[in-house]
Every structure is written in structure tokens, then in C-alpha cells.
Ligand binder design. Sequence first.
Ligand SMILES: Nc1ncnc2c1ncn2[C@@H]1O[C@H](COP(=O)(O)OP(=O)(O)OP(=O)(O)O)[C@@H](O)[C@H]1O
Length: 951
Amino acid sequence: MTVLHTAPLWSGIGQFFLTFLGWAAYILGIGFVIYAALRLYESIRSTRFIRASMVFGLVVLCLLVLLESRLIMGPLTAGVLADVMALPFQNLPPAVGHVLVIGLILVVIIFTFRITFAHVMLIYRFIERIIGDAPPAGDEEDEPDQSHARFLGQRPQFSRYSAGRVAIDDSEDFGDEDEVGLEPEIDYLPPPPARRGGAANSKNSRNGRQPATPSRAAGRNPVAPAEQMVDEEIYYDDDFNSYDDYSDKTIAIEPEEYKYDEPLYFDDEDPLNDINVHKDKISMVPRGSYDPQPLDLTDLNQATYGVRQPPLALNDATVLDDEEDVIVHTPPAKDEQIKVRPNQRASLRQVQSAPPPRVREPLGSRKPASAGPSRAELAAANANAPHVQSTWQLPSMEILKAPDSVKAQLFGEDTAELAKLIQDTLRSFRVEAEVREEDISIGPTIIRFGIRPTGRPQMVQDEKTGRMVPVRDSAGQIIYETRTRVSRIMALQNDLALVLEAKTIRMEAPVPGRPYVGVEIPNKNSRLVTLREVLESKEYQAAKNKSMLSIGLGKDVAGMVRVGDLAKMPHLLIAGATGAGKSVMINTIIASILMQATPDDVRLLMVDPKMVELNMYNGIPHLLSPVVVEVEKVVSLLKNGISEMERRYRLFSQLGVRNLDGYRRLRAQKLAQGDTSLNNLPAIVIIIDELADLMMAAPEEVEGMICRLAQLARATGIHLVVATQRPSVDVITGLIKANIPTRISFMVSSAVDSRTIIDMGGAERLLGRGDMLYLPADAGRPERIQGSFLSDDEAQRLAEYWQQQIVQHALNLGVDPISGQPEPGWELKVDHADEFELEDELLDRAEEVVREQGRASISLLQRRLKVGYSRAARLIDLLEQHGIIGQSVDGGRAREVYDTPLNHGGHSLANEADDIMAEEKERNDFIRSQAARYRGSDNSRTPIDDDDDEN
Ligand SMILES: Nc1ncnc2c1ncn2[C@@H]1O[C@H](COP(=O)(O)OP(=O)(O)OP(=O)(O)O)[C@@H](O)[C@H]1O
């Protein structure tokens, strides 16, 4: 305008615009220039971003502002157009005119810039945050900020690698500090090292776990620069077995001092983004630029220690045992804890004086130990002791590492975003479903989103507003006209995996007991579940009081502690690919037992063909026999187990009790009456670390004995824990599966393997490293659990604790320590599979049968003794070896019985022909069933034809 106005030729035009538009001519002129430039840019980039509505809105806005200036300043600079526009306002009071024009300006601004309520809220929050930014010092701890999102620990960009992290004492929420054994401390870990270190820097840090740059760290944390923690990823390191180093390097820094000083963004190449143990398994979620939220310590404590678990009606001081109706007093101090067995409780109440301690009792009094005073002798020496208080001391919880609470830390709204992403994706596929906030469960390694199928709702007109609103039932739930099918959601599994950029997602439809389909994706801020935090949980404490064989399994997808009871399982099959976490699980089981049960309560038998996994337990008093590493000795061990089982059965039937619990109750009653005739019978847990090796060596015998034990051992308190790396049908046969109903599947390589273990797919989508599907015997569907972790160090410490106790225990009793030797009756010998049947206990009955019948044949023994073909054939061989029957003659199946007192001439040609036919049939059936079994099914076995002539 100035140029036009001053140039002689164009001054008229300039004058016109200035007169007509006043000062607005400048604004509009500049606006047109910008508009022209933007259009030019649009045409160069072949893009379009100028909205006509916005241009129009800006012009109108400019004119309204011009009008307002005319109303305020009069007709001096506003031009003719403004005068014309001001005409309608002349008769109005000035205030009304201003209000009208300003109102119009606001309306035009709202429409032009498309301002919504969300924008207003954003600004409101921003202002609020600025105002509320300076809380009085020291307030944070007293009054934790509650305004954060509930998705604790879900902000990848604010993981422990990219920001400060917090280690919080749990003692506040977890009861007495002494009881829990954790020192109160608040550890703020340092911020990440500089990210602008260049490629070399980045590489170094990936390989060598680059420490925080001192100067930078010092800048961030002026309080304790020298105490910065070296930020190392050691948690899930392959060769990492202990997290000692981690906590050692954690040093307290004042929480108030910590500030994020730069926006954090996602960079694939940046090692600092290696936030997750499963980095190679999961992918990334795009990150926004959020400001970190303050951490709620209470929330974190609750998430870490499971305080959210519903309180259980437990009285720490006194536990009333319903079954035995006796009151048990818990030990006064944990260090002086002396284990009280359920069957000892009654006597404890009665006997208050301090009697001499008593040695642990042997399982049986079959053979004395070779060196030193035998256990049988020791037992006999103490036989008259009026009580059974054990002198073993249980380890205190301090022997296990305290849970490292730094893992769960800052939180954000990523989870909410993912939920929205899932919902939008489903909608884009025209699948009506919703993901509610309350349906999101956050576990230690997994987040589960619950997708509720919705549909087209029934609509009615609202009487007040006249609008159409969905019809709701009495519970306030929307009633749908047509519903979305679950199968439609399930069909989108891969599409969801795509948008969530997750390498593995697992869908469960429906989640048992919930009205939604579960989508499980890896939690990028995953956390180790330590055995100690599980054992310290209230749920475990409650379970422990009920059963000595409780196992701290881990935490489920909602972060709740999951506990198993081996006594109820009653046997457990663990399978999974190599490195998936089987050995850790077995160690966890053993450690759970060692933490809560004395050798008087539970005894262990271990088979470790890998030779290295369970060796460390050699020498603990719980072992009935040293850890078996030779496959040849396993048959002998299982045989010992079977004879112990049979011995207990005989004992129980004599005493008229039905199971070990009944026996214990009876014993407690007798002890209360001063009768010490009944020996203590501990539960026995047989742990086999690699079944495949055994099944290769002696498939039939091992399978037969495992099944026999599995079928009958429950009542006698003998439990099997069998693990295998090879979930194929020749290892986990149909028979073994049928007899071991409780199963745990870790990650496997294929859906076929998964089906072999848990009879359904899903385990192939697990993440490994303790991520498992737990299928209890009484549940139809498996449950996903992150297994508790026990480092080798802890296991070693626990084993050493018990090994030392043997010495201490023996010193207390004034006897030689006996350790590492098998219990009498549990000696193992190299027992080749072929020799197994040599001492077949059916031999006597077989002899009776053949003498009674005056003839001997396999089919006869099969029918009369109700045994399988191979065992009957073996019995015939044994009878022949013992000189009871003769050899088969001329291909005939029936054999002569020597010295037969009652030979009524039953050995006729007709009988022999029948026998031959029956036997042939049995043989064929047997071969067929064997073949079918190796193909994965042993259902093909045809029943024995009972038409066979017996007489
Ligand atoms: N519950 C868990 N939590 C965290 N990490 C685990 C857990 N269980 C196992 N891991 C990790 O996985 C690694 C392998 O576990 P483990 O040795 O138990 O595997 P495995 O299945 O026994 O393998 P293999 O059959 O080859 O012996 C462990 O060293 C550990 O780092």
C-alpha cells in the first residue's frame, strides 16, 4: 500500500484502497502476498494444504477487527467500508456493539481454526501445570500425585534407559520393615547417557553398555555426581544369572533433583532404546512427545509387591487349622523359626516343656546306613521321645534377593493410545468393538487389552432432548440390535499385530470369566518377577499355611501372584523349547519347597540327565538319594518310588486311612496320646529334568513306571515333576499326558508342539524367558503367567544353607553328619531296562495261575492277571527261567507246567488252539498299539477279545 500510495502512477489506486479499507488494506495486502506464496509452494510440491474456509475466515476476521477498531477509534483510520459496516451499530449503546462484534470475532476464530473443547482443555491443563509446577519442597512423598494415568510403567520413551528411574522401598505398604527385610530407600537412577554420541558411540554403548557421561550426569544430578549408577542392561542378559551387580551400583539420589532436560524421541538405532529384554522379540510403538508424569510411589509399590491383592483373612499370630482343629503359634522371630509340621501341631499344644530334640526320622527301617550310627538306630534311640518337634531350621527370606523394584517406573498414556489404536483398527475393518480402560491388564511382561464385541445398538428417541439414544438395560449396559461375532475379531489377529507393530501377539477368546476377547502384547517396560516377591506375597503365605508343597509360580497378566499346590496337582509336566525357562522353573519349585519345608515334611528325588542343572542340590538333607545323572539308574529310582508307594498303600490299608493326610491326622492323634508307634511319612517329590533322555533309553519301562506312579502316588504323597525340551509324542505320550493333568508350557517352536503339551495352540506365541501357559488339572483353559525367577546364586545359597544345616543338625544331636548318602532303602543300582521285570511281584501269582490251570500261556496270564502283553510274556519267560514251566514245543503257545499238583488234564488240543489264536491276536494288538502310540495316538488299540476260551 505504501508503494502504491507513493508511486506517482499508482497513487490513485493506493489512495482508493486506503480510503476504502483503512488500515486493513495493509493486512489484506500482506495476506494476499502470503496466500500467493503458499499457492506457489502448493503447486511446486503438488500438495494442497490451504483450506478455502480458512482463507475466508481470515478475511472475515480481518474485517470484524476493522469494524471493532472503527467502533473504538471512530472514523479516523478505518476507511469507508468500516463506516458502512458500523451503520447498524449507530443506534445501539456502544457496549452492546462491542460485545456483539467481539462475540462474532470469537465465533469466526472457532470456525476458522476448528477449535474444539479438547484444545481448550489442553490449554487449561498447560496453564494448570505451569501454575502447579512449583510444589512446596518435600510434599511429593507425603502426598503422591494422583493425577497420572493408571497405566503405570508403560512409557517406552521414559524407560529406565531414557530417563531416571526409581527404586522404592516397599516397607511402607508391605507391612513391617523388619518382616519384609528391605531397607527403606528411594533410588533415583541417573538419566541416560548423551544420545548425540555419533555412530561409534552408539555402537560402543550397545556392545559394552555405555555408562552415563559423567559431566552430563553431573549436570543432571548435582546432588550426587560421584554416585551415579552405571546404567547397564544386565537383567535379561543371556549369560546373566544374578542381579547383584545391578543393585550394587544403585545409589540414592534425591528425587526432587531429577529433571528431564530434553525431549525424548524414538530412535531405532539408539541402544538406549533397548528398553526391553525382549527387544528382539517385540517391535516399537511410535512415541509422542509427552512430558513425564510424576511417579506415584504408592502405586508403584502396589504394582511391585502385589498389595492390590485382596486382603486375606490371616492372623499372623495364630492360625486356626480347620482340618485338625488345633491352634498353631507362629514362631516369635524369623531367625529362630522352627518349622512346625501339620501333623505335629496337636502335640505341640500339649507338650510345653522343653524336651530333647529329635532326629529326623527315616522313611523306612529297611537297611541301616553303612557308616556311622545308622538313621534307624538314631530313630530308635529317639523313638520314645514324646514329641516330634523338628530341630531343622528353615531359611529366612533374606537368603533370596530382594525384588528389584526399579523396573516398574514411569508411566504414561501409551497403553491408552494402543487401546484406541486397536479399537480404530477394528472399526476400520467394520468390526464393532470397544476397548475399555478397565479391561486393560498390565502384567510384568504382558499387557492384555480386552476387546468387547459391541454391534449396532437399539436406538430410541429421548423424551427430553428429542435425540436418538441407545437403549440400555437395567444394569446400564447398551442393548445391541446386532452383535459382532467373536470369530470376526479373532480373524483380525494378524492385522492387529501389524498395527500394534508387535512381533508376537496372542489372542484368547473369550478370556475365561470375562466378557471380552483378550489381546496380549509384550510389555515394553517388562519386569523381572523374583521368587522372593512371590513368596512374600499374601497369597503365597496363605497357600503355604495350607500346603507344604505350595509353589510360587509367578504373576499373571494382571500382575497378581499365582501360586500352585503340588499336592493338588498332583503331578506336573513342564515342557518348552530350549532356553524358555524350564530349569529356572524347576529351581523355583525346589526353592519354594526348601524355603518352607524341612526334610521331615518333604523329601526330594532328582533326576538330571543334563548333569549340570540340579547338581548343586547334592548334599541337602531333603534328598533321599544323591541327584541321579545316569540314565541307567533312573529305572531303579522309579522302582524305589513304586515300592515306597506300595509300602505306604499297605500301611495305610492296615491302619484304615485313605491317604497321607489321613495318616498324618491319625499319627497326630496317636502322638497326642503319647503313642509314637507311627513313623513320620514325608511327601516325596520326584523331579525329572529331561524326560526325553529317559524315554530314549528305556521308553516302555519309563513310561510304564511314570504312569504307574502318576496314577497311584497321589494318595501316598508322592508327586512327579517332569520336564522336557522335546514336546513330541514319543516323549510326551498319550499315556503320560493322561496321567499328568497339570501342565506348564513355555515357549515352543510350533503350534503342533503346543498342542502336544496343553492340547491347544498358543504356546508358540509366548515370549520365552519364563513366559508360560499354566494349565491346572481342573481348568479347561491355560492361564498366562510370567514365571518367578531364581538366579543360580540364590539357588546355590539355599542349597549351601541346607548343606550346612546337616552338619549343625548332626552336632546338635551329637552324631556324625550323614549327607550325600542315599537313605536306607533308596540305594540305586544300575538297572538296565531288560532287567526290570526280573523281580516282578506278579511272579508268585503267575505261578499260582499256571499251577491252577495246569498250563501256561501269555494270553492266560494276561486275562487272569490283567496285565499287558509284554509283561505277561516276560512273566512266562521268568516262569521258564525259574523252572516252573517248560519250553514251548513245536511252536505251541501253551507250555507244560512242572510238578503240577492239580493237573486236571486241562491241557487239551482245543485249549491249545484257542490259546494260540488268542495269543496271536494279542500280539498283533500289541504291535498295532505300539505303532499307533509312536504315531501319536494309542487309541487304536483294540480291546482284548474275551471270547477266548479259558477252560
Ligand atoms: N522366569 C524368568 N524370568 C526371567 N528370565 C528367565 C526366567 N526363566 C528363564 N529366564 C531366562 O532364560 C534363560 C534360560 O532359562 P533356562 O535355563 O531355565 O531354560 P531351559 O528351558 O531350561 O533351557 P534348556 O532346556 O536349554 O536347559 C535363563 O538363563 C534366564 O536368563
